[in-house]
Each structure stands twice: as structure tokens, then as C-alpha cells.
Design a binder for this molecule. Sequence first.
Ligand code: 7TS
Length: 419
Amino acid sequence: MKHRSEKKAVQEQELDVEQIRRDFPILMRKIRGKRLAYLDNAATTQKPSKVIEAIAEYYRRYNANIHRGAYLLSEEATAAYEEAHAKVARFIGAEETASIIFTRNCTEAINLVAYSWGRTFLKPGDRIVLTQMEHHSNLVPWLQLAKEKGIEIAYWPIEKDGTLDLGRLDSLLGDKTRLVSVTHVSNVLGTINPVREIAERAHQAGAAILIDAAQSVPHFAVNVQELNCDFLAFSGHKMLGPTGIGVLYAKTKWLEKMPPFLSGGDMISDVTFEEARWNELPWKFEAGTPNIAGGIGLAAAIDYLSAIGMEAVWRHEQQLVEYTLARLKEMEDIRIFGPLSMRGGVISFELKGIHPHDLATFMDMEGVAIRAGHHCAQPLMSILGVPATARVSFYLYNNKEDVDQFIQALNKAKEYFKR
Ligand code: 7TS
């Protein structure tokens, strides 16, 4: 039995989902005459009015280029864009704002590391360790690098339940590994990987660690200093922010030694006809006019999430996952992929005999938006032995009604496809 005050404290942290839902205009939309149950949050999330307004406000009131204008509009835009970096730094517990580089998305953040760090510090014969559950974003850039530099990629296999066994890591590391690049939360299996322990072992073996945090930073508190990672990448659009803005966190000890990824305006301090010197961090890695509105929108998203608290967001999603898994387990002919406990808010499944694409199309007629496909993880699909899965994924505005609507549609689909 929980102590009374303890119980109250837990309740206080629970989300007022109905209140939250009112902040998201799109959730009021009817889809083919049906209530919208948006369950594709791993692909992208919806935006609250505060984020939409912050972007509109920038364009309405202080649109100007940054880092160059000697006038008020540019000063305001510069201050807002720089403050967005500081806000991201605080949100993920970074030591310095200089560690925060804005990119287009998580994919570009990982490419930045592969191109700049990889091509500078890796030599033929070196090894990179990846897991079998990586998104193509954390796989293809390394395949390219491997081809170009003659490095080796070793894959950390997944266990039957979709988790990683830490016991297998040391033998993969050896003394040739320079980088371990691993997803924090799988966008297919929902597996939460023990990235702090992985970082520790990687460092002991003399390797750096990159964490693909596309599916973690939006859903629970992540602290880069606690994880002691060298690099961490994520996307703004998966955490209530706009598309076109992503983040690379990197330890400044690396950023200082890495050459620019892209070059041109804004990333220099001095240029002659013969050579150029680089601007201070993080601007050395942000060439050209950046996505100013995107940075401002991301900052508004972080304000929104911070006001609610990541602990509450996480607990809410966990409740939805538990409820959904319990409902799915009641059904016949369902195969659920990934671990059955300690998982993020992503559930991939197969309804036997029905192709996931047919299922997703049917669901759409019922107002339920789910994802079907290989989820940009084709090698993982081959291990699971399926070409595709269906997937639901949650966020803070989802409620029990969404899950019920989904389960109802699933039953209807079974009927329709004559299961
Ligand atoms: N890493 C992981 C783990 C992801 O889930 C995704 C996107 C990315 C990287 C790439 O993010 P981007 O913003 O650069 O595209 N995942 C998905 C998904 O699961 N469905 O659509 C996109």
C-alpha cells in the first residue's frame, strides 16, 4: 500500500490529457467523418498552438536574418535563435551551449558525425559497432563511410525478445573499435537500450559513443552528462516541434578538432582568397542562413514539454502501453514484436494473414492513423522474418479512447478480412 501523501504526489504528476488535447488543433479534425486517433507519433508528432504561434510570431514581428543585422529585428531574431540552443542544452543537461548544433533532423546530425568525425579520425581497419535494430539513419551513413575508408562494421545481435545482451558487447569491441553507434529506443521494437552502460564499456575499450535519441529525448528525461555520451542526435518534429530542425549534441573536445561539415557563410571568422578560419562553436557547424523559425519553434516545444514535465509524459505513455498490450494480448492471431516489459511507447505487431499495409489502409477508414512498413529498418525486418509490421506509437495527447478506437478497428478489420 502506498502512503497517502505518496499517492497524492503520484496523482499530481499525472497528465490532464483532456486539457492537453485542447492545445492541439489538429486533434479536433474529423477523418472521413470519424474521430481522429493519431497513433503514428514515432514518425512525427502533432504541434500545440504554442509552437504554431511562436513560429507565426517570429514571421509576423521579428523576421530578420541572424548574426549580421545592426538593427533591432535582427538582434531579436539572433537572441531567440541563440536562446533556442541554450534551451536545448538545458533540456538534455549539456555542459555548454557550444555543444548544441542545429541540423535539419536526426539524420543530418548523424551524417555530420559520419562525415566530419568519421572521415577525420577513422582509418582503414578500424571498427564501428552498430546494433541490428538501427534505423537506416544510423546505418547507411556508416555503410558509406565503411566503403570509403575501408573500415569494418560489426553488428551487435539482438536477443529473441528484441533486447541487447550487454554480455556480448565486450567481445565485439576488441581494441579496433573507435565508435559504438546505438539507438536509445528502437522505433520498431520499443526496446530501451542501456546506453549508460554501453557508453562506459565503449569508453573502457577506447571507443566513442553516439546515441540515436530520436525516440528517447521526446519521451523521457535524457541527460547527456549522466549518459556520458560523445554524440547524441534527435529531431525536433518528433517532440512537438516543426519539421526541418534537429539537434546534434557533441562534446566540445570533439567539435574543436572536427572540420566543418558544410562550409560557407556564418561558419567562418576570417576568409581570404587563400583560406578560411572557423567561427566559434557551435556556429562553425551551422553554415548558411539556418532554420531560424524552426529553432524558435523547437524552443517553444521544449517550453511546452518542460511545463508538463518529462516524468509525467513518460508515466502517461507507460500507462497507454500497458493498456494496449493487455488489450492486444486478449486477441487471437496477433504477434507482438519486441520486449513485453520495459519498453518505450512503440508497439509493432502483425495480425496474421493481413498485410500491414492493408491493415493501415483499413484503419484509416476508421480514423485511426497507424504506420505500416519496414520503418526504415529493413535489416531488422529480415531478422524478424517479416517484410513489414504494423505499428502504433504514443505521445502525451493520446488517451484510452484512442486505444479503444484502435482495438475496435482492429476487430473490425479481422472481420472484414474474414479472419
Ligand atoms: N532514428 C530513429 C530511431 C528514428 O526512429 C528515426 C525516424 C530517425 C532516426 C530519423 O529521424 P529523421 O527525423 O531524421 O527522419 N523514425 C521514423 C519512424 O519510425 N517512422 O517515420 C520516421
